[in-house]
Design a binder for this molecule. Structure first.
Ligand code: AMP
Ligand code: AMP
Length: 334
């Protein structure tokens, strides 16, 4: 049977579809009309379907199913299809849907990360207990506007007024080095692979830090964390054993918490490494993250395992190809 690998034309679609083509799949980009002509520039995309809105994807599912389409989800799916999109989606996707409900609920996510023996930033249940610099995160504010810093309780009360009844969490602000660890857990090989490491380039927080102190001290501006791009990182080699172990613990904990439907495929631990070289995990993303776009041609870490360029997109396609060969495709589609 012939399979087509498809994704929404955005985020990491180029990497995903390039990898799929390299592995011999037919490729399909599902685009809005304004984006279609851009994606048609790339010869590794066999077809671009044009829709008025991304949500129209749900209207063409029958057509996609007839063509044996496998969907690869990425960071735009929730943004463009809505929360809980996975409950509506009928076309098979690569990756556990159950895991997404654990990821989407901040308290469940914390339970999972704690169960994985990861260090987490302290959470404050009430403003009166704020005893250090905190970062306040509104629910649904993904990486950016909707976050603010507060130095103490008074500062918090002043700033929260703007947000009325929205739900939020108050988290210890960690001073350290933000490091995003890109993993792949292969069900076929039953092993964790480190695909790459990156750091985000964010506006305006990265711009603020370029202002010399003599000027910065008189500017009253809140930092925002809207991601613009990513830098590659290689870490001290002595940190790698713990990085691999953390990935393994996260997968093992998911298998315990969600029997039979635990985490597999690409995922990312968003961490901050503090001065004593401890990793604190601020979030987990259970899908391909855009920072992997740095490594379309492989990373320093995949080069140690593969004697060929291996991106996360290509790794996903390789896993699907192996599963088809082993007659185990059902295990990795949801
Ligand atoms: P876009 O297609 O650029 O509008 O992005 C769609 C979604 O993916 C948004 O939720 C973005 O925040 C997220 N996204 C895009 N690029 C990145 C990136 N480099 N790192 C993290 N998230 C990203
Ligand atoms: P996130 O949306 O969780 O990926 O976070 C967006 C940005 O906020 C990243 O640059 C993080 O480094 C920063 N950030 C999030 N949580 C914390 C924290 N607890 N301490 C310090 N920085 C944080």
């Amino acid at each position: 049977m012939k399979y087509t690998i498809a994704t929404l034309a955005s985020h990491s679609a180029l990497q995903i579809l390039k990898g799929a083509k390299d592995e011999g799949f037919e490729t399909l980009a599902i685009a809005t009309r304004d984006k279609a002509s851009f994606y048609k520039r790339f010869s590794f995309i066999n077809e671009v379907i044009e829709l008025d809105t991304y949500r129209d994807l749900f209207k063409i599912e029958n057509k996609l199913k007839q063509r044996n389409v496998i969907i690869i989800p990425h960071g735009s799916f929730v943004a463009y299809l809505g929360e809980d999109y996975e409950k509506k989606l009928e076309v098979p996707q690569y990756g556990s849907k159950k895991v997404l409900t654990w990821e989407g609920d901040r308290l469940k996510q914390m339970k999972w990360l704690e169960e994985s023996n990861l260090l987490l930033p302290k959470l404050y249940n009430q403003a009166s207990s704020i005893d250090q610099l905190v970062i306040v995160k509104l629910y649904g504010a993904k990486g950016g506007s909707g976050y603010f810093l507060a130095a103490n309780q008074e500062d918090f009360q002043k700033k929260i007024i703007k947000f009325k009844k929205e739900k939020y969490i108050i988290q210890q602000y960690l001073v350290g080095t933000p490091v995003y660890l890109q993993y792949f857990y292969s069900k076929m090989e039953n092993r964790i692979e480190l695909m790459g490491i990156d750091r985000r380039y964010e506006t305006n927080v990265d711009g603020l830090s370029r202002i010399p102190y003599q000027y910065a001290k008189s500017i009253d501006m809140e930092p925002t964390y809207t991601v613009i791009g990513n830098f590659p990182i290689v870490v001290r080699e002595s940190l790698l054993p713990e990085i691999y172990a953390m990935g393994e613990r996260v997968v093992a904990a998911s298998q315990k918490l969600i029997p039979g439907q635990g985490l597999y495929g690409p995922f990312c631990l968003e961490t901050i490494i503090t001065k004593n070289q401890k990793f604190y995990c601020i979030e987990i993303s259970c899908r391909i993250v855009a920072g992997t776009n740095l490594f379309v041609n492989g990373s320093p870490y995949t080069d140690l395992v593969y004697n060929e360029p291996m991106s996360t997109g290509k790794r996903i396609a390789r896993e699907i190809k192996n599963a088809i060969r082993l007659n185990r495709l059902k295990e990795i589609l949801d």
